[in-house]
Ligand binder design. Structure first.
Ligand code: ZN
Length: 248
């Protein structure tokens, strides 16, 4: 039983550097997807250069549009333009791309391939392999409040489904892989169960998230604990996102 460990971090917030330090501490490599003009608190060019010495840095468009909601011509500018911009900043080739909000289709996948990327990540969850299409790569789980989504004051009868969404999303996976009842209540237990399942499948455990959400929901300890666990796992190997494609 072997498992490939990877993680990816979207948007390029300066708090990504804290994630990167944590990954370094446990000898893990991750992929950081940067949108050029999206966050006010984006990492500086020199911070990106430093990050690229230690981890993979991938493109996440220029302005973070939902690519399925703009013209293909605009999408081409976002997909090609972000590769050119980032390669110019980093002085090295950029081969991984991530669709904002995961939104993609066949035409967009083709544009990504034509631009010269080797892979593109979505936000699909609860899978343990890359699948057949390197331009539609899913993940295993997101670091996010679980089992309940915190919501601002909202009437219970209107908001319960939204509040329960993280658990509702996970339920089919819990059933399919017969994960224990304990996984219903705790994100770390759930994440560890998915690691065991990934190992049983000789597959991939791919965590993704936003560092600004880790801060907002106070999930730094949860992240630290799970990274420590996966790094210590027997027969695991750490890879970047593009490594999932090039090593397979
Ligand atoms: Zn994003």
């Amino acid at each position: 039983m072997t498992v490939s460990i990877t993680s990816s971090w979207d948007d390029g917030h300066v708090l990504d550097l804290r994630v990167a330090d944590m990954l370094d501490r446990y000898g893990l490599t991750g992929t950081f997807y940067i949108a050029r003009d999206f966050l006010d608190e984006r990492m500086s060019d020199s911070q990106l250069q430093d990050l690229a010495q230690r981890h993979e840095v991938g493109a996440h468009t220029l302005t973070h549009p939902v690519l399925t909601e703009i013209s293909l011509e605009q999408a081409r500018d976002e997909i090609h333009g972000s590769k050119i911009w980032l390669e110019d900043v980093l002085g090295q080739e950029v081969t991984s791309f991530c669709y904002p909000k995961g939104a993609n289709n066949l035409a967009l996948q083709q544009i990504v391939a034509d631009a010269g990327y080797v892979m593109a990540r979505t936000v699909d969850k609860f899978t343990f392999s890359v699948g057949d299409n390197p331009y539609c790569v899913p993940t295993t789980l997101q670091i996010y409040p679980y089992p309940l989504r915190p919501l601002p004051r909202i009437a219970f009868w209107r908001g319960w489904r939204s509040r329960l969404q993280p658990l509702l999303d996970a339920l089919p996976t819990l059933r399919t892989f017969r994960l224990g009842a304990k996984t219903l209540f705790n994100w770390q237990v759930f994440a560890e169960s998915l690691l065991q399942t990934a190992a049983q499948e000789n597959g991939i455990w791919h965590l993704w998230g936003h560092s600004w959400e880790i801060e907002r929901y106070d999930l730094w300890d949860a992240l630290d604990n799970i990274l420590q666990t996966v790094a210590a796992y027997d027969n695991s190997q750490s890879v970047t996102n593009s490594g999932l494609i090039t090593h397979s």
